[in-house]
Design a protein around this ligand. Structure first.
Ligand code: 0CM
Ligand code: SF4
Length: 452
């Protein structure tokens, strides 16, 4: 084996049975002072290179302990050179690293985790994190829920912003302002900001006469009026399924009905729908709010819902409403959208067999959070993650089967990144469970079509 390794006994913090060891190493890139380096590839002395796909997860966990951390290539040295630098190394699969062999390019898992840092840092604190990863290395199965990730409304909204960004550098092109997050996903927003989109909370942050996009979640008529007053050029990326609920609110309020809007107070979609008929509408979060309702005419109640609620919970709220107001009626068509419903069914199909459910999505994404709650309600531990860097080793302890899904605003690429990272901890079998297929497509708004 071409790699020297130091004896675990030299480190008083690491018991003999430790699942990792120390090796002489050096960063293969310039390392900013005070940083810990998590290897995304290991360069062996003989020129071979071993990929370390678990690097984003390991770096995320180390970052969470407060150590400044980067990922990058690490060189293993043939001899323990006194560089003041060592790497903590763990390899997968379990049977291989337990044998104490040094990592090599041919081994099925290779190096799973390598963290390099000046010795003084490495041993007490970072070593503990490496050890916690080493202990959760094993073969695993991922049950991939399908459908998952982007829905038609999200695709359309992102396409709108991207199309306008393409035009902004053309002659006569304009800056692209977006009111609120176009969809509730941190990675989507970061990508669009990088390309030049400017996100604002309210219209008064935008110069009069500017180009502004309304987000997928919709806006109230009051916001539209404000845009007109300020002479803004509006491109509306509201999902057509949200627009449908707005139309229902207007229609039934015009008929003199009270509107019970089931949804999360403060959510942008709820604010927008509420604004269609504020005098006639009351927002209800769940069955617990029904007793407090006091409609002027209990025989004229229409209930609407936010598009991204939990199907089962909403059913319970509607049942409580109908119990108290038997004449309460819906507009006839379901407001919870096809994408929300499909993702919940798909997750339900993997939850029972999973030891842990991971859902990709941001904390302010209602439909993503509902998926996590659904799994937990079914008794399976579940976590919402922005990306693989949010996965923590203690979640994976004794976990052989992971259920994986992504909310309607979480990019498909994050699913692939998560699979790749989990595959760095041992052989991964991926089984997709398809409960339905989706072919819904929403054409872009006319303003964008015209300019393409
Ligand atoms: O409504 P929610 O918070 O789930 O929004 P999102 O942007 O995460 O998902 C897409 C939508 C809509 C409307
Ligand atoms: Fe439209 Fe549903 Fe997607 Fe929201 S989750 S954008 S309502 S399709």
């Amino acid at each position: 084996m071409p790699i020297s390794r130091t004896d675990n006994e030299v480190n008083s913090h690491v018991p003999r049975s430790s699942a990792y060891w120390y090796a002489a190493a050096a960063p293969a890139v310039e390392l900013p002072a005070g940083q810990v380096l998590v290897a995304d590839e290991v360069r062996l002395p003989d020129g071979r290179v071993i990929a370390c796909p678990a690097a984003p997860m390991v770096a995320g966990a180390i970052g969470a302990t407060g150590h400044p951390v980067v990922t990058g290539p690490v060189r293993l040295l043939t001899e323990a050179a006194d560089s003041g630098f060592h790497a903590a190394v763990a390899r997968t699969p379990v049977s291989a690293y337990a044998s104490g062999d040094a990592p090599d390019a041919e081994s099925p898992g290779g190096v799973a985790v390598m963290v390099a840092a000046p010795d003084t840092w490495l041993r007490p604190a970072v070593g503990a994190v490496v050890e916690s990863w080493a202990r959760v290395m094993r073969p695993r199965t991922v049950l991939l829920a399908s459908p998952r990730s982007f829905c038609a409304g999200v695709e359309r909204a992102i396409d709108v912003v991207e199309a306008l960004l393409e035009q902004q550098h053309a002659p006569g092109g304009r800056r692209v302002f977006v009111r609120k997050q176009i969809v509730h996903n941190t990675h989507v927003i970061a990508g669009l900001v990088e390309r030049g989109a400017v996100f604002v909370e309210e219209l008064d942050e935008i110069p009069a006469g500017s180009l502004v996009v309304f987000s997928a979640h919709g806006v109230s008529p009051q916001v539209r009026a404000e845009a007109e007053r300020r002479n803004l050029q509006v491109v509306d990326a509201t999902c057509p399924l949200v627009t449908k609920v707005h139309a229902e609110a207007r229609r039934f309020a015009e008929r003199g009905n009270s509107i019970v809007l089931i949804g999360h107070a403060g959510h942008e979609e709820v604010e927008g729908t509420y604004g269609e008929a504020p005098d006639a509408t009351v927002v209800v979060g769940g069955p617990q709010d029904i007793d407090g309702l006091d409609p002027p005419d209990p025989s004229k109640i229409t209930y609407l819902t936010q598009t991204t609620l939990a199907v089962d919970e909403t059913r319970a709220t509607i049942a409580a409403l109908k119990k108290r107001f038997p004449k309460a009626r819906s507009p006839g068509s379901e407001d919870i959208c096809y994408a929300t419903t499909n993702r919940q069914h798909a997750l339900g199909a993997v939850t029972e067999q999973a030891d842990l459910v991971l859902v990709l999505g941001s904390a302010n994404s209602s439909n993503s959070v509902r998926l996590v709650e659904l799994a937990r309600t079914a008794g399976t531990p579940a976590q919402l993650i922005e990306d693989p860097s949010h996965i923590r080793p203690d979640w994976l302890r004794d976990v052989a089967t992971v259920g994986l899904s992504a909310g309607a605003s979480a990019p498909h690429a994050l699913v692939q990144e998560t699979l790749s990272a989990l595959g760095g901890l041992g052989p991964l079998t991926v089984r997709e469970r398809v409960t339905t297929t989706e072919d819904t497509y929403f054409a872009p708004p006319a303003a964008v079509r015209k300019n393409r």
